[in-house]
Design a protein around this ligand. Structure first.
Ligand code: SF4
Ligand code: SF4
Length: 383
């Protein structure tokens, strides 16, 4: 009797989220072969899909919360099964029944903070622009060249505020007429949607869209691949289309147009980590590398898993808010890969990646051998 309710609901939810393509799965197991979880512990997306097909998913278990939505299995599946959408729809059912395993409960705290303050970090809304207090950063007004959408981690997290500061400096140095929305900016909603909280996502998206329209925003510069992804690919569900530019793309543009001149030297061996939501989900592989190559003295080397095979940091799909035991962290493996190619700096362009990498740097005691940097931090040092 216990499986009857999930039986109907799971199947209906999946149909709504991803059509009936999950029926196409022929259990080849290719998804499991490429999934980063299987580098640290056994996990089977193939099994989740099999069970979901019959409505037999254990919605109170840990497994439906593991997927980081990295997109690796999606690009490999020979049948076009939408694994991420299936996983998210299962989380929707679990959220509806309010059944969460212990490791996921911290994501509920993030959700409550998103509802009350518009960010997942329990920061007060009115303090959202405090990072910019002593900098020359204006409030966005219609007619400016671009809106800089800062994002939650860069607004509140002490490590990531340095990236916001570097970004503002770069834009100012290049003479870009830009502004921020301050406490009128809300989380883009990308990650909370992936945890199954669809209503919270919709409310955040609607708030942002209204603010963009009210303020005459046309072009948006973003620092997070998650903001980029959702503005570009998910906000159009609300019948709007804004021009979205990723900061590393924009930096390259500014350099090529002669608006930004790099004068210093960065004589270090650097490796670039492709964030899942920039690379696999949005095909942006070249511009960050091209921007890095413009930095005098910088030597760029590639890790084993790069570009479309990039190893996920473990932070997508809301996992950034969930508890992951030390031995299960993919970010540790990524730092080892960076070390293997002799990199002195692991550079990336995503707040979740940087947060996870900084933690792994401490776990692995790599403080003396590897630095973690956002592209903007290196560029800013060269101005
Ligand atoms: S790769 Fe696709 S077809 Fe193969 S088991 Fe996974 S979901 Fe099914
Ligand atoms: S999206 Fe990534 S983490 Fe999720 S099942 Fe596929 S390969 Fe694994």
């Amino acid at each position: 009797m216990e499986t009857v309710a999930p039986f109907i609901e799971v199947i209906d939810e999946i149909k709504e989220a991803g059509g009936e393509v999950f029926n196409l799965c022929f259990q080849c197991g290719l998804c499991d072969a490429v999934c980063p979880w299987n580098k640290v512990r056994p996990f089977s997306m193939r099994k989740i899909i099999r069970e979901a097909t019959f409505g037999l998913t254990e919605i109170d278990g840990e497994d439906i919360w593991r997927c980081t939505t990295c997109g690796k299995c999606t690009q490999q599946c020979p049948r076009g099964v939408k694994q991420i959408e299936i996983g998210v729809s299962l989380r929707r059912v679990a959220s509806e029944y309010e059944v969460f395993p212990a490791s996921v409960r911290s994501a509920r705290t993030a959700r409550a903070s998103l509802i009350s303050e518009g960010n997942p970090l329990q920061g007060e809304r009115k303090k959202r622009a405090d990072w910019a207090k002593d900098l020359s950063v204006k409030t966005y007004t219609e007619g400016m060249e671009a809106l800089y959408f800062v994002g939650c981690y860069l607004s509140y997290d002490p490590r990531m505020k340095k990236v916001a500061t570097a970004t503002a400096n770069i834009l100012n140095k290049a003479g870009v007429k830009f502004g921020i929305l301050g406490d009128k900016e809300s989380c883009c909603g990308e990650s909370i949607r992936k945890t199954g909280s669809e209503e919270v996502f919709k409310n955040l998206a609607k708030e942002n869209i209204k603010t963009f329209i009210d303020n005459g925003v046309r072009k948006i510069i973003v620092s997070s691949p998650h903001c980029y992804h959702t503005f570009k690919n998910e906000y159009p569900e609300f019948m709007v289309n804004f021009e979205v530019v990723y900061i590393s793309q924009y930096i390259l543009e500014l350099i090529n147009e002669g608006r930004l001149e790099l004068t210093g030297e960065f004589a270090k061996k650097v490796t670039y980590h492709d964030p899942c939501y920039l690379g696999r989900h949005n095909d942006i592989y070249d511009e960050p590398r091209e921007a890095l190559k413009k930095i005098p003295g910088l030597e760029l080397v590639e890790m084993t898993d790069s570009r479309k095979n990039s190893l996920c940091c473990g932070g997508g799909g809301g996992r950034i808010w969930m508890d992951t035991p030390k031995e299960d962290r993919f970010s540790d493996l990524r730092l080892e890969q960076a070390n293997e190619v002799g990199a002195q700096v692991l550079v990336t362009s995503c707040p979740y990646c940087i947060t996870n990498f900084e933690e792994s740097r401490l776990n692995l005691e790599y403080e003396d051998i590897l630095e973690i940097k956002d592209i903007t931090e290196i560029v800013n040092d060269m101005l």
